[in-house]
Design a binder for this molecule. Structure first.
Ligand SMILES: Nc1ncnc2c1ncn2[C@@H]1O[C@H](COP(=O)(O)OP(=O)(O)OP(=O)(O)O)[C@@H](O)[C@H]1O
Length: 279
């Protein structure tokens, strides 16, 4: 369960009001897409969710609790530009975060812990289609592959919330489409809440279950910094359970029902109607 609540949140840099009175709730396992003009404060919104920035007024709650002051493992992030470490292999990149978290002095785990982390990292690389590239360095990967790696890196800590800041902005249309499929599948499989920023409206409505537009409803041309942006439109883009997952859920329920029936199966001789029994 991951519910996010922005409670009358403001963000100001000195006299510059970036966001004003942003107030909304996000249900568990929502795929929220934030759209809006350049410079309006979309990334600032994400950075506050990540705890890289603090609201100047109001507060942000995660499952009813104010979010931690520091970025924590329950929130993963992927940025537009490849945020992977060039001197680490693909596998090393995925293992790096948990290694530093588990061993702050050495940045390296040993023995069973290392093996378990390596297995998890390889499983994740398999899932994002990079297992066979585990020993390569990021420079040897295409842009789309680097973003797949960044996603694996963000998911290794099993975050409850995944934040995506224009993650496909630098990709060609083909890679973009395959990333859409991957992210949507991961969102369903892992039951995460996703908050994504994009400039691409098609992408927003294709991926999101909810799309919010952020803009400045009041404008002062003499002093553009006088008014901040807030949520000006809020669209329910599509049901949270999409058709494929409904099919999957139906198949799962059917299999469970069949299994239960099989377990409770009445022995054949008892199931035979009394009238037709020979004895
Ligand atoms: N640390 C900071 N100090 C001062 N101003 C900042 C800081 N960070 C962001 N801003 C300002 O906040 C405003 C919103 O920036 P932000 O990056 O959130 O916009 P955005 O909507 O994500 O833009 P884009 O779509 O172009 O990426 C900008 O005017 C920016 O200059």
């Amino acid at each position: 369960m991951t519910e996010i609540r922005f409670e009358h949140v403001w963000k100001e840099y000195g006299a510059h009001i970036v966001l004003e009175d942003v107030d909304f709730s996000l249900a568990d396992h929502e795929f929220l897409v934030v759209i809006g003009p350049s410079g309006v404060g979309k990334t600032t919104l994400l950075r506050m969710l990540l705890a890289q920035e603090r609201p100047t007024r109001g507060r942000i709650l995660l499952d009813g609790q104010p979010i931690a002051a520091e970025p924590t493992a329950d929130r993963g992030v992927v940025f537009q530009r490849y945020s992977v470490f060039p001197h680490k292999t693909v596998l090393g990149n995925v293992m790096m975060g948990p290694q530093w978290a588990g061993s702050p002095l050495l940045g390296r785990l040993f023995g069973v812990k290392r093996k378990s982390l390596r297995d998890d990292a390889m499983a994740l690389l398999e899932r994002v289609g990079l297992a066979e590239h585990a020993d390569k360095y990021p420079a040897q990967l295409s842009g789309g592959m680097q973003q797949r790696l960044a996603i694996a890196q963000a998911l290794i800590n099993k975050p409850k919330v995944l934040l995506l800041d224009e993650p496909f902005g630098a990709l060609d249309p083909g890679s973009r489409r395959s990333m859409h499929v991957l992210v949507r599948e991961l969102w369903e499989e892992r039951a995460m809440t996703i908050v994504m920023v994009t400039h691409d409206l098609m992408e927003a409505f294709h991926l999101g279950t909810r799309v919010v537009a952020v803009d400045r409803p009041r404008k002062d041309l003499q002093a553009p910094e006088r008014f901040g942006a807030r949520i000006t439109s809020d669209f329910c883009a599509k049901p949270r359970i999409v058709r494929d997952s409904m099919k999957f859920e139906a198949a799962r329920l059917r299999a469970a029902a069949e299994k239960t029936l099989a377990e409770q199966a009445i022995p054949a001789e008892r199931a035979t109607p009394a009238a037709s029994r020979k004895d």
